[in-house]
Design a protein around this ligand. Structure first.
Ligand SMILES: C[S@@+](CC[C@H](N)C(=O)[O-])C[C@H]1O[C@@H](n2cnc3c(N)ncnc32)[C@H](O)[C@@H]1O
Length: 273
């Protein structure tokens, strides 16, 4: 059974807390005075939690989170920050994670290895149009823009902060790729030869329905990390280590037959084809 990362982080912190509490307790027992300062305790806790997270197989980027969690809590408690800083932090979080509120899809960036695999699927000397639905900071599209000059690359992103960053990066690099702030669910996907999605398992079924209704037969739907439920993919490319680096490809077909009783719209899509 695969536990959610937040649960593992909780285990790591709790495990570290037990060890730190024992160290503090037994060292106090042997001392007449003194003992550990709060900062030392927080430092020990952070180091042990980070190591525990590593041993529990958590992704590398949890290491600094586990390490700094308790020291950060302590710091915030000790430094009397003005309330406006908390508000600014909250708004910043919101600006980066608007997609979580709307579609429950967080910002999580794809890697260069994946961009290279997508690149290898694209024609080098023919025009085509590709859209990244949920384009984040725009990294993949800016890369494709450099290596596939005949392609038209579009990104749509719901969260204001990543969208703004992608616009600024595109401007600074003089890229042709365009970035729009919108909800991909509002878009008509019929105009694209390739649709790339790196979203969440929670939306894959709806995406498949939308794609099968709107995309032209023979065009390509690519999903990074999350398989399209209930269909046979045309290919699966392992772009790096782990399931997060799997690129699922499906050529939209008129003869799609998927058993989704809860999705009447898909039956309509099948009839329409
Ligand atoms: C996992 S990230 C992928 C970022 C980028 N495609 C990449 O490969 O690096 C998913 C992105 O989709 C955005 N998103 C979530 N729901 C969306 C929606 N309904 N419409 C447009 N973007 C959305 C999120 O804000 C987030 O930036």
């Amino acid at each position: 059974m695969k536990l959610h990362a937040a649960i593992l982080a909780l285990f790591a912190q709790l495990g570290a807390a037990v060890v730190v509490a024992s160290i503090v307790f037994f060292s106090h027992a042997g001392m007449d005075e003194g003992g550990f300062s709060m900062w030392q305790i927080a430092g020990m806790q952070g180091m042990l939690a980070a190591m525990a997270g590593y041993m529990l197989g958590m992704a590398w980027w949890w290491f600094p989170i586990n390490l700094l969690f308790l020291p950060a809590v302590l710091l915030v408690q000790q430094v009397q920050l003005p309330a406006v800083i908390y508000l600014a932090g909250f708004l910043m979080l919101l600006a980066f994670n608007w997609g979580v509120i709307h579609t429950r899809v967080p910002l999580y960036l794809s890697r260069r290895e994946v961009w290279k695999q997508v690149e290898s699927l694209l024609p080098a000397d023919e025009p085509y149009s590709l859209i990244d639905i949920g384009s984040g900071l725009g990294g993949m599209l800016l890369h494709l823009d450099r290596v596939r000059p005949m392609g038209v690359h579009e990104g749509v992103e719901i969260s204001p902060a990543p969208w703004l960053i992608s616009r600024i990066l595109a401007f600074m690099q003089g890229a042709r790729a365009t970035f729009t702030r919108n909800d991909y669910r509002q878009l008509d996907l019929s105009g694209y030869d390739i649709v790339f999605a790196f979203l969440s398992p929670l939306v894959m079924q709806d995406l498949l329905v939308k794609a099968s209704q709107e995309m032209r037969p023979g065009t390509l739907l690519l999903s990074l990390a999350f398989p399209l439920p209930g269909i046979n993919h045309d290919f699966v490319i392992q772009a790096g280590e782990g399931d997060r680096q799997k690129l699922y490809g499906w050529r939209v077909r008129p003869d799609i037959s998927i058993d989704y009783p809860e999705h009447l719209s898909l039956d309509i899509a099948n009839l329409a084809h």
